[in-house]
Design a binder for this molecule. Structure first.
Ligand code: 5AD
Ligand code: SF4
Length: 458
């Protein structure tokens, strides 16, 4: 029997794909094991969006090649990097046996049966409506509603690795959701490179397909308690989505709207298709319909040609929006993208220095936003005890990470009412409270020492 182990880099799409391939492996009779050492088939699910995850894959594959000399081991590579010439070169160098691009995941069975090197790099239609079995014992699950992307941001490799956008049918999405509900899932995150363009593949609305706003309402009627989604391109975040969010109680008031830069000149070179002013209009629209919306973004610093003034405009935009959180990246030139080909990279030190200044701004805002949550009640989905530390971890409806001490009567995964007692820029700390707001009996109190413990672990 094959003993398989998958290591996952990258985004939530990759986590979903790992689950999909794991469930295929199980249905083919493989045993999933918890570590590389126990496995005789190791698959690396790769990310190609920046240089760093590629470097990590390279060093892991180097390590695995060494192990191949001492024991029977089949090594595979799947995900975005596998689809690129860059990845295939790496695969040849490190003697990778199996290669599966993001559109070829269902070839895993053929790959296992093959006695020679197996490279699957074709996009197969069956994947789009393939329904993986629900994860067991989880309260949270991902659900891919579309694959690929039709935008052409000049820095981004994803349109090359994942191809053009293909939306799944609502029927297939709702069937997968039904399975998740039956398995006890209470929060679902709808996934796609640009979920707001759902049903509008290659710029044209597909006949009979609901819009993303309509899909949110459909999913909202399924009985699932919490709905999140990621990620959104600002140009496709239309007002009907904000209205559907505000009118669908299960949809969480959390919006991840990547801005990338606050400078119109940079946005233009990135081919983001919107201006700073247009982006701010989208934010105003979201706030109008959802005054309590928690806002997160992605920002790239040091895009080619970014001047000090351009960067200052990003900092100013950060203040103008007042984001709750942000994922911040140094521009990473990716072979195969237009910006790699046409623009010169800025010096490393300059990019690093700007990132540090942006992080200061982000921490300041996140600190203030989180501090304002002290004393409030949050509905928190606690995933269970990740570290066996006497604490439970989870997320609020606004997607804030939350830590609580285990309480009598509430020491397992579930959705709880939590009164926030303490906040840092990255974390809320609280205690579980009863329905009337009263502290549960024998509730361990948060002390500063107890607060420090999970901070060090996370
Ligand atoms: N360099 C740095 N960051 C990038 N991202 C995408 N491509 C690059 C790149 N070449 C970031 C964007 C995107 C997030 C997933 O990764 O901010 O929103
Ligand atoms: Fe996800 Fe993009 Fe990385 Fe692929 S390249 S794993 S889609 S972040």
């Amino acid at each position: 029997m094959v003993r398989a182990h998958i290591i996952t880099y990258g985004c939530q799409m990759n986590e979903y794909d790992t689950h999909l391939v794991e469930s295929q492996l199980v249905s083919l009779g493989a045993d999933l094991v918890d570590s590389i050492d126990e496995a005789d088939f190791v698959l690396v699910n790769t990310c190609a969006v920046r240089g760093k995850p590629v470097d990590k894959v390279r060093s892991l594959l180097g390590n695995l090649r060494k192990q191949k000399a001492t024991r029977r081991l089949v090594v595979g590579m799947m995900g975005c990097l596998a689809q690129l010439e860059e990845g295939q070169q790496i695969a040849r160098k490190f003697e990778v046996d199996v290669l599966l691009g993001p559109g070829s995941l269902l070839d895993i069975g053929a790959a296992l049966e093959s006695n020679t090197r197996f490279w699957g790099l074709h996009f197969k239609d069956e994947l789009h409506d393939h329904i993986p079995p629900a994860p067991q014992g989880k309260l949270q699950a991902h659900l891919t509603i579309m694959r690929g992307c039709d935008h052409h941001c000049t820095y981004c490799i994803v349109p090359t690795t994942r191809g053009p956008q293909v939306s799944r049918t609502p029927d297939s999405i709702l069937r997968e959701l039904g399975g998740l509900l039956a398995a006890g899932v209470r929060e679902v995150t709808l996934l796609g490179q640009n979920v707001n363009a759902y049903g509008i593949d290659q710029g044209a609305k597909l006949a009979g397909m609901p819009s993303f706003a309509e899909l949110l309402r459909l999913v909202g009627r399924s009985g699932i308690e919490r709905i999140k989604f990621t990620t959104s391109h600002p140009m496709n975040f239309t007002e009907d989505v904000a209205i559907a969010m505000s009118e669908t109680p299960a949809v969480c008031d959390f919006v991840h709207l990547p801005v990338q830069s606050g400078s119109n000149a940079v946005l233009k070179r990135m081919a983001r298709e919107y201006s700073r002013e247009k982006y701010l209009e989208h934010i105003a629209q979201i706030r109008r319909h959802m005054p309590a919306a928690v806002l997160a973004t992605d920002i790239i610093v040091g895009f080619p040609g970014e001047t000090e003034d351009d960067f200052q405009q990003t900092l100013d935009l950060y203040d103008e929006v007042g984001y709750d959180s942000a994922y911040m990246f140094i521009y990473s030139p990716r072979p195969g993208t237009p910006s790699y080909k046409h623009f010169a990279d800025l010096p490393r030190e300059l990019k690093t220095e700007r990132l540090q200044r942006l992080i200061v701004r982000q921490k300041d805002w996140s600190g203030r936003k989180n501090a304002a949550k002290v004393g409030t009640y949050q509905e928190v989905l606690l995933r269970g005890d990740a570290h066996d530390s006497g604490f439970l971890e989870g997320h609020s409806r606004g997607n804030h990470p939350v830590v609580v001490p285990k309480a009598v009567g509430a020491d397992t995964a579930g959705i709880y009412r939590v009164k926030i007692g303490h906040a840092t820029p990255h974390m809320l700390y609280g205690n579980i409270v009863g329905p009337g707001g009263e502290a549960l009996p024998e509730l361990p109190r948060l002390t500063p020492e107890a607060v420090a413990a999970p901070l060090m672990m996370l």
